[in-house]
Design a protein around this ligand. Structure first.
Ligand code: DGT
Length: 193
């Protein structure tokens, strides 16, 4: 099987791929993540995942390349990664006591021009916590580098009242979907090394 490259700088995505046990390496896509404000949030993550995968695939056309992109949608507003603590506070204020959606687009490109892509959505309901508790959570700095300003696999899980969907999707890669795409592409699993 040709080499597999994860077109990502995300440590969360690498951790999820490491757990799968397939041989792969990561490479930064190096693309701008601007999309037209007129596109839907699901079209935006689909397009951005494909853009990241295409950028790396152009450098390594003989490889399989997986790209991903994630956005949060709450009350008709789209959130990405916060710039700083105050932006993170604003994001979390919108999420607590509310239900939001996390959409992740994934795109797997093959050496023969194969294209496998999908968008996966999870829905999360957060407890209505006090401003003081929110400040204590912000002090943990889990907001850094995270779309929506929380980490569902770390202390941020204490915000989570209900989750519908793939928990791995929330972390950055919908692994049930990623496995489906990799199986469709013919990847062998559980190979002895
Ligand atoms: N560890 C962790 N990370 C999360 C969680 N929710 C979101 N994230 C991270 C995963 C991604 O790194 C980031 C989503 O933003 P993007 O899709 O723009 O990816 P990013 O720019 O970080 O990396 P990439 O574009 O793949 O190089 O947020 C979570 O619950 N736990």
């Amino acid at each position: 099987m040709s080499e597999l490259i994860l077109a990502s700088t995300s440590s969360a995505r690498r951790a999820l791929m490491d757990g799968l046990g397939l041989a792969y390496r990561a490479e930064a896509p190096g693309v701008d993540e601007v999309v037209s404000p007129s596109v839907s949030v699901t079209d935006a993550v689909r397009e951005l995942a494909a853009r990241k995968a295409r950028a790396v695939h152009q450098r390594h056309p003989a490889a399989w390349v997986l790209g991903a992109d994630q956005l949060v949608e709450v009350g008709g507003e789209v959130l990405s990664k916060p710039e700083d603590r105050s932006a993170a506070r604003e994001q979390l204020r919108k999420l607590v006591g509310n239900t939001h959606a996390i959409h992740t687009g994934v795109c797997l490109l093959g050496p023969g021009g194969q294209v496998h892509e999908a968008v996966e959505t999870a829905r999360l309901t957060f407890y209505a916590v006090t401003a003081e508790e929110l400040e204590r959570y912000l002090d943990l700095n889990e907001w850094e580098g995270c779309c929506g300003s929380y980490r569902v696999e770390e202390a941020g899980q204490a915000l989570l009242e209900r989750l519908e969907g793939d928990r791995a999707n929330v972390q950055g890669l919908p692994m049930t979907t990623v496995v489906r795409l990799l199986r469709r592409a013919g990847f062998p699993f559980f190979e002895r090394r």
